[in-house]
Ligand binder design. Sequence first.
Ligand SMILES: Nc1ncnc2c1ncn2[C@@H]1O[C@H](COP(=O)(O)OP(=O)(O)OP(=O)(O)O)[C@@H](O)[C@H]1O
Length: 332
Amino acid sequence: MTLASSLQALSITLTHCAKTWPDGSRALEPLNLEVRAGETLALLGPSGCGKTTLLRMICGLEKTDAGGTIRFGSDDVTRTAPEARGVGVVFQGYALFPNMNVAQNIGYGLKIRGVDSVTRHRRVTEMLELVELEALAERRIDQLSGGQRQRVALARAIAIEPRVLLLDEPLTALDARLRQQLRVDLSALLKKLGITCVIVTHDQEEAMMLGDRVAVMSAGRLEQLGNPEMLYRQPASNFVADFLGTLCHLRGGPVKHHHGVDSLTFRPHEVQLQAPGHGLAASIRARFYLGSHVRFELVLDDGQPFTALAGPDAPWQPGDSVSITLNQTHAA
Ligand SMILES: Nc1ncnc2c1ncn2[C@@H]1O[C@H](COP(=O)(O)OP(=O)(O)OP(=O)(O)O)[C@@H](O)[C@H]1O
């Protein structure tokens, strides 16, 4: 049996889970959340919103306030010690053992669980194949690139055949280019494993690429839970809309005159720029050529700022007068 098929996917159900620190401050308001069996759920939110605390509660490193329960499938693990919960965890920075080679790192969790050496060897070999590090089995950790370390950390977490996989900002330590590639690789690996996974990130694109569903958090509360497209198209609040991409707001006389509403809320890609005279009058303040598109910072004639994205051939330059129309308007 391959490892991918031997992992059993379980749901994670948090009921009325809150976290109050000894000084009385609240990291998490009472929260109900179900991570479905086999899905990857991304916890997304700004620094300090409680994402890591929530993840640490699932793996058992933080206790929930009295009254909260955590279940893996039908198994109540609220009072189960972290090492007995069967969780695979990759923390920020990975915490690999520098004095062990790649294979020893991957096999560590099996060794401390008393798994016999034949089984251990077989499992480590499977893991090396899974993350494509067979050639580096004997390498020392300090002789690996950042991306390779990330794969070792992941292999070590999965080697113990965890019931759920928890990833805390697993790609944050890597440079932007490598992160892009590893998102694609990680997404493919998670699909192949079919394991239930919770991934913490403050990066909107990462959450949307990796999460089957995304839970947007703010100040210890769950703002909205849904698949990426639903969150982007039907945000429940301005906070969610803004966090999943730039959101612009315009109001006042000219808006009323051209659109018949008091205010407009829109995304930069919904703005069409034209020669003056077709719609709301604005001028270009700044132009950023980004290869696939051009980002413009503009102001309406009355000074209200907003952002527009246009194709790479857009001719407008700072100081130019333009007029704007909106492809899709959300009157607020
Ligand atoms: N042991 C602790 N004692 C008291 N307060 C804490 C403790 N750990 C975290 N906090 C506070 O709880 C809040 C939530 O922290 P948490 O680490 O969960 O946020 P986060 O969303 O993961 O942020 P980041 O993205 O910066 O890691 C923060 O205000 C933090 O300062």
